[in-house]
Design a protein around this ligand. Sequence first.
Ligand code: C5P
Length: 236
Amino acid sequence: MTEQGREQHGIPVIAIDGPSGSGKGTLSRLLAAKLGWHFLDSGALYRLVALAARHHAVSLEDEVSLQTLAAHLDVEFEGVDGGVESRIVLEGEDVTHALRTEQCGRDASQVAALPAVRQALLQRQQAFCVPPGLVADGRDMGTVVFPEAGLKVFLTASREERARRRYNQLNEKGMDANLQRILSDLATRDARDSERSVSPLKPAKDAVVLDTTGVTIDDAVTRILALWREVASKTR
Ligand code: C5P
């Protein structure tokens, strides 16, 4: 491999960043399954810290205690299937469902703004980078966690479309959903994620920006696979 394709210890990484509801999660999982690579859902780690804080009655503003929680998260990603985890267990409890609530997303966005929490989760995220490769989904995968990733994609979509997707996802899972509430939550989270001082949500300089408004997930996956093949062919 040439320098361009040489990533974390020579292991290929595709970094997929973007705002909530841009389709990152579904798309990254599909991509990892198609490539037979591992998958990092970095948002789940921030959600886990928020959930652990609730369990231990730690305030979401207590940066020191949150840092300790983040550094010592007792979590297992179970049922790995084609690089995709299907069950997340926190301190012995299955929290797969609890992690996906809107409340947990709001809490996660709050703890994610704290520099000490981000620092505590950095190595844990980088540890997901093992052969044969990694698809990493988040907000700062291409800018901070895997700056050497061979392919960086920044997904966007209109806020309305992102809210609709989130609404449909929650409905499919039989969870409570209110479109207006989701829209206003997205606006708050977008602002907090983009304006925070550490690792703000923004495309890496060398990221390909992909607007998925009106684009199916399958078409977006096909496009990213084509981009990856281009990168891989140049580095062979
Ligand atoms: O992607 P997900 O909605 O699960 O992320 C929850 C929250 O975690 C986001 O709103 C964001 O504030 C934070 N996050 C982050 N950096 C990441 C992944 C998620 O700040 N790499």
